[in-house]
Design a protein around this ligand. Structure first.
Ligand code: 39A
Length: 204
């Protein structure tokens, strides 16, 4: 695979039909509170373990998680690892969402990256996952898969944000060629681009 900017990388990945059987925005249950849970649970573990934990959380709302005892939530999310730490962080995050935004819909509309980065245990990748896949914002997630793929092709970056900007820049510069494919929806394009990178690297 040869590319000299992120538009060319996306074009190469599109030929591989990596998301054929996946949801439209790739992340399951896009636009829901479950995405927030998944974004925290996927830290330092495989997605397949996150799926097991999410299965145990099916039907629980933001309000439920905020009211759980840490020991109870820890048992439910055990498959995702680091369960005591993740349990406390998810409860605190849920309580802070309710305190500062009142409900999940208001959180989706009004949260920003700084608010997320100020929450315990939320770094750049988790914050951007929540913004992109739970809140529908025009921002791209990059991760260890992205870093590994780009490094193999000779691209190395000083920071998370530099790599993210490289991924976003090529798409924005050639948006006239992409906008019809992605229904004039930049969030859809960034969602699928990240998803394609992950699915491509998982097959390697
Ligand atoms: N690593 C991952 C994933 N692998 C994933 N899916 C597959 C669906 N998600 C949503 C997040 N991180």
């Amino acid at each position: 695979m040869e590319f000299s900017n992120s538009y060319e990388l996306l074009t190469e990945l599109r030929k591989k039909e990596l998301l054929r059987d996946k949801p439209k925005y790739w992340w399951p249950n896009y636009g829901s509170f479950e995405v927030v849970l998944g974004a925290v649970l996927t830290q330092n573990t495989k997605w397949e373990n996150v799926e097991k934990a999410l299965e145990n959380l099916k039907g629980y709302t933001l309000e439920d998680i905020a009211s759980f005892a840490p020991e109870y939530l820890a048992v439910l999310i055990k498959p995702a690892g680091f369960y005591n730490q993740k349990s406390k962080r998810l409860i605190m995050l849920s309580r802070n969402i309710l305190r500062d935004f009142g409900d999940f819909e208001n959180f989706q509309k009004n949260v920003d990256r700084d608010w997320l980065l100020n929450q315990k245990g939320i770094g750049f990748e988790t914050a951007d996952s929540i913004l992109c896949y739970a809140c529908g914002r025009e921002t791209m997630v990059v991760d260890a898969y992205t870093k590994r793929l780009l490094k193999k092709k000779g691209y190395e970056f000083e920071s998370y944000d530099e790599m993210k900007e490289w991924c976003e820049r090529g798409v924005l510069e050639d948006w006239d060629k992409l906008k019809d494919i992605y229904e004039d929806d930049l969030n859809l394009c960034f969602s699928r681009f990240h998803g394609k990178i992950v699915e491509f690297m998982k097959k390697k």
